[in-house]
Design a binder for this molecule. Structure first.
Ligand SMILES: O=C(O)CCC(=O)C(=O)O
Ligand SMILES: [Fe+2]
Length: 296
C-alpha cells in the first residue's frame, strides 16, 4: 500500500550511488537513440517511497501531442461544490509519446515508484523549483481544460506514481497544502478511484458513521488509460479517496462514469497491469529560494 504523497519520510532518501547505478542500467538497456531522448531531472525527496528523487525522463516537451484535450470532457458529479470531470481520451495513442516513455522508463527502473516535480509542499511555503518543459506541456494544457476549476492558478506541482497490479493507495485526503482541485492523467493500466465518507464525529448523524470502509465507500470513478480526471471542491475537501489493492476490478453500479467509458459495463472484470499516474496540482503558498553565500 502506498502512502499518500503528503507523507514525508526522510529515511527513504536515494543515495547518489544508487542513482548512478540505475542511470547506468538505463543507459545500458536503452538504445542510443532512446538514450538521447532522456535527460536527468533532479527532484527533491518527498513522499514515502525509495528512489524517488532521481529519475530519467524525456525532455522533448515541445514535441508531445495532447489531442482532444478540450473535447470529450464530461461532468460526472456536479452538484454545487461537488465536482468530478472526466475525459476518457485525453492522450492520443501514439508511439513515442510521453506515456510510452513514462511506462518504459519506470519499468526499466523498477525501483522508481514515485517522484515529485515542482517542490516540496510545506505549511510555511513550497520552495518552487519549476517544472521541466515536458511536464509544463501538461500543466499548461490542463489549466486550459480545467478552466474554472483552478481559478486561473498556475499548476506548479506534479506527482508521478507507479502502481504495479495489486498496489493501491490508502483512503486519504490530499490536505490543505494544495489548492482543492486535483487533476490526474492515467497511463498504462486502468484503475478505480474510490471515494469514501469520513467517519463523522457528530453523534446526531445517522449515516456515514460506519467504521467499515466498504460501507463508507459511496462512489468510484473508472480511470481509463490516457484519461484525465478532475476532482474538485467538496469532492476534494470533504471525502477520502483511495485505490484498493487489487489485481482486478469488478465493475459495479457504484462506478459513476460508465457512460463515458467505452465498452465497459456493470459486471465486467478488468484486470490491472502497471499504471503510472500524473497528479497535477497547484500549491498556493510558495517561497522564493534564498541563497546566502558568504556574509549578508
Ligand atoms: O494515483 C492516483 O491516481 C491517486 C494518487 C493520490 O491520490 C495522491 O497521490 O494523493
Ligand atoms: Fe490523493
Amino acid at each position: 500500500m502506498k502512502c499518500p504523497d503528503t507523507c514525508v519520510n526522510n529515511s527513504t532518501k536515494l543515495t547518489s550511488v544508487v542513482w548512478l547505478g540505475l542511470t547506468a542500467l538505463c543507459f545500458k538497456t536503452c538504445t542510443p537513440s532512446t538514450v538521447s531522448y532522456f535527460t536527468k531531472v533532479l527532484q527533491p525527496t518527498t513522499g514515502c517511497f525509495p528512489y524517488q528523487n532521481r529519475v530519467l525522463f524525456p525532455q522533448n516537451g515541445g514535441k508531445m501531442r495532447l489531442s482532444n484535450f478540450n473535447r470529450n470532457i464530461g461532468t460526472i458529479l456536479a452538484k454545487p461544490r461537488v465536482t468530478i470531470r472526466y475525459n476518457s481520451v485525453y492522450l492520443p495513442k501514439k508511439k513515442k509519446d510521453v506515456y510510452a516513455y513514462t511506462i518504459g522508463i519506470l519499468s526499466v527502473l523498477t525501483a522508481l515508484p514515485s517522484f515529485v516535480s515542482g517542490g516540496l509542499p510545506h505549511p510555511k511555503g513550497m520552495v518552487s523549483e519549476g517544472l521541466p518543459p515536458w511536464l509544463k506541456v501538461y500543466t499548461e494544457r490542463i489549466a486550459v481544460t480545467g478552466a474554472g476549476l483552478f481559478e486561473d492558478k498556475s499548476l506548479n506541482h506534479v506527482l508521478v506514481n507507479e502502481y504495479k497490479a495489486g498496489q493501491g493507495i490508502m483512503p486519504h485526503e490530499d490536505g490543505s497544502l494544495f489548492f482543492p482541485t486535483v487533476s490526474t492523467i492515467s497511463l498504462g493500466s486502468h484503475t478505480l478511484l474510490d471515494f469514501y465518507y469520513h467517519i463523522k464525529q457528530d453523534q446526531d448523524s445517522t449515516q456515514n458513521n460506519s467504521t467499515s470502509l466498504d460501507e463508507r465507500h459511496f462512489v468510484s470513478i473508472l480511470l481509463e488509460p490516457r484519461s484525465l480526471v478532475f476532482v474538485a471542491e467538496d469532492m476534494y475537501k470533504l471525502h477520502l479517496h483511495g485505490i484498493a489493492e487489487r489485481t482486478s476490478d469488478v465493475i459495479t453500479d457504484k462506478v459513476a462514469n460508465l457512460d463515458m467509458c467505452k465498452s465497459v459495463s456493470v459486471g465486467d472484470k478488468l484486470t490491472r497491469s502497471a499504471r503510472v499516474s500524473l497528479t497535477i496540482r497547484h500549491v498556493p503558498k510558495t517561497l522564493k529560494a534564498k541563497l546566502f553565500l558568504g556574509k549578508r
